[in-house]
Design a binder for this molecule. Structure first.
Ligand SMILES: O=C1O[C@H](COP(=O)(O)O)[C@@H](O)[C@H](O)[C@H]1O
Length: 235
């Protein structure tokens, strides 16, 4: 089945951030209207920070909103690499519930993944939105080539999270990870991607062409997606 993707191109990162914050705000408000609560998964790293900051500035009953990271780096809370720390700084003061995928009690990355999976079992699934980023190496959430790649892509459909050790550690955050599984990602009611720069655009366009045969995590995830995906891009 071909991947159904719609590209939204912006002049710059500010314009992208405004548009994405508007779209995500609409998804939150629609979910609250329909079900009284909203659950969204948002990416970490640097690309989403401007849009998340604008989103946090919007007025709504944030107590009805639960936010999880799509993935996290196994570092202590408060560390500059911690995705949940960035999200918590923006949304906890608004009243949203921010659920971390990491736990400093887990003895290793596999155990961290199991404990995240158990935690997510208590949330009202599916998420109203999974918002993904893409790394320069083609990883998405924290799905990376390596010993855990097959489990992340093809593990039991009810497994929502797992621990990952990238075969090649990304230089910007060379640590073990916890990530949503492909099954958890594609179960979302809405899926969006935000990327910047020509190199990531070319990478995602190639991954879409390759489809299920793509060697990249982003290609493999999109290939399993039954919903159309909105891809927001700025230079
Ligand atoms: O390590 C990660 O990287 C990706 C991409 O981040 P970016 O800084 O290049 O935008 C991100 O989507 C993921 O959540 C994060 O843990």
């Amino acid at each position: 089945m071909p991947i159904e993707a719609e590209w939204w191109d912006y002049d710059d990162a500010d314009e992208l951030a405004d548009a994405v914050a508007g779209d995500v705000g609409f998804i939150l408000d629609s979910a609250i209207d329909a079900r009284g609560a909203a659950l969204i998964a948002v990416p970490g790293g640097t690309t989403p920070v401007a849009a998340l900051t604008r989103l946090a500035g919007q007025k709504r009953d944030w107590k009805r909103v639960t936010i999880i990271p799509t993935d996290d780096r196994l570092v202590p809370m408060g560390d500059a690499l911690s995705n949940v720390t960035m999200i918590a700084k923006l949304f906890l003061s608004k009243g949203a519930r921010v659920v971390p995928l990491t736990s400093d009690k887990a003895p290793d990355y596999k155990a961290a993944g199991r404990s995240a999976d158990a935690l997510l079992a208590d949330l009202g699934w599916p998420p109203d939105l999974v918002w993904l980023g893409v790394g320069a190496d083609g990883h998405t959430a924290s799905i990376f080539p390596g010993d855990d790649f097959d489990e992340a892509l093809n593990g039991p459909r009810e497994r929502r999270a797992l621990g990952v050790r990238p075969a090649e550690m990304p230089k910007e955050a060379p640590v073990d990870r916890v990530t949503l599984s492909r099954a958890a990602i594609v179960s979302a009611r809405t899926l969006i991607l935000t990327i910047t720069g020509d190199a990531k655009r070319a990478l995602v366009e190639r991954a879409i062409e390759e489809g299920a045969a793509s060697p990249t995590p982003i290609g493999r995830v999109l290939a399993d997606c039954e919903l159309p995906v909105d891809i927001h891009w700025a230079p």
